[in-house]
Design a protein around this ligand. Sequence first.
Ligand SMILES: *[C@@H]1O[C@H](CO)[C@@H](O)[C@H](O)[C@H]1NC(C)=O
Ligand SMILES: *[C@@H]1O[C@H](CO)[C@@H](O)[C@H](O)[C@H]1NC(C)=O
Ligand SMILES: *[C@@H]1O[C@H](CO)[C@@H](O)[C@H](O)[C@H]1NC(C)=O
Length: 399
Amino acid sequence: MPGQQLCSRFMVLNAATATMVICFYYYTHGWMQINNISNRADITINQDIDVTINSGSDVFQKPTVVNRSVTQTNKVTQYKVSRQEFEYYRILKNTGTPVSLLHYYLTPRKEVVFPLNYRFMIAGHGVCKTKRVFLLIMCLSTAKNVKKRMAIRNTWGKVARNIPWPGESDPHRRVKIMFMFGTPESQTDQAILKREQVKYGDVVQADFVDSYRNLTIKVMMGIKWATIYCSGVQYMMKVDDDTFVHVGNLMKDLKRMQVPTGGLVIGHVHEQPPVQRTEKWAMNFTEFPFKYYPKYASGQTYVLSGNILEKLCNVGEHMPYIFIEDVFVTGILRTVINTQLVASIGYPHVFMPQVEPCTFQNNVRVAATNVETSHMYKIWNSLSSNNIKDCYKCLTLNC
Ligand SMILES: *[C@@H]1O[C@H](CO)[C@@H](O)[C@H](O)[C@H]1NC(C)=O
Ligand SMILES: *[C@@H]1O[C@H](CO)[C@@H](O)[C@H](O)[C@H]1NC(C)=O
Ligand SMILES: *[C@@H]1O[C@H](CO)[C@@H](O)[C@H](O)[C@H]1NC(C)=O
């Protein structure tokens, strides 16, 4: 068989060919061959699919057919097609119906393909034991980052212990913080987590290997934890252990929001994020064959409304694993469960310059990322002493 076979599902072209099982073959020079040989090999994909995203929704457009030429020999009909068109007409197993490949990628599988059945070794009892929690902040950390966690507990994290935010008189009693972990490399590191749980009671750990490629497991297990041990939470925020959260500004924002039944995801939005094929965030074509991801919220800091947490877990287990957690949770999963993505300028992103204490004075910035431990104390001390100099310069977000 010449050429590379990429797709071999059933397709009924018209009444005359209705009883035939038709196979498609893709040739590197862009020809598709149709004949009547039955062949059921599985789909493999090895090139970028250049589809564009509809700006109004997250749906990839059906490609337009341009100048299709046809050649016929006595046994074989060949259509010249674009790759987009070829991919668009992939056909799902046993359906006999042409569906777009995107539809396939954004539809939960029937079976569980990403089981969230890891055990909670440390279940953070105590985090949500008091009142119904309004905002649960999940901070991803690793065992070794003791100083970073202490910096958080000693600065903005004080709100979780009912200490009023600087400049405010009433504490935010319904804001809680937990630190999320997988299983560390060593027993020494495990001992750190156990010690911190005894002392601060804010540790959650599940038994998966804590690694970069497992970040999506980490976030999803954190969300699952919230559904079990912190149910009824109004909002859940995801941050890292180098994030400074201005809880004062954030709470003003969140209290103003109306959560629709379909839920909300709030953050710094990437509108048309290209899929990387090399380096740190490389994705192969089987994992995600498209040129762009659905739009998503930057992973440094985002907020999920509480009413979608259970849905994210239930649907997430049926979606193929993507290791880039923000893409998976706030892009792909969010699209699948049809939740609104809200862009907010107060949320940080990877290209943001270092923040200074007065960056928060505009009452808009809710968090900053990539904040060194010493800087975290500096920001906190400035806010606490209300000693913020030179803030006349700081009328913009990134001063
Ligand atoms: C379609 O392709 C044929 C063969 O390559 C070419 O002769 C013809 O001009 C093309 N038509 C259009 C409208 O581009
Ligand atoms: C992710 O976690 C699972 C479960 O602990 C483990 O089997 C796997 O090796 C981990 N993957 C990586 C890349 O660390
Ligand atoms: C694509 O990546 C996934 C996950 O890392 C891996 O299991 C799979 O074998 C890769 N496929 C190809 C064709 O490289």
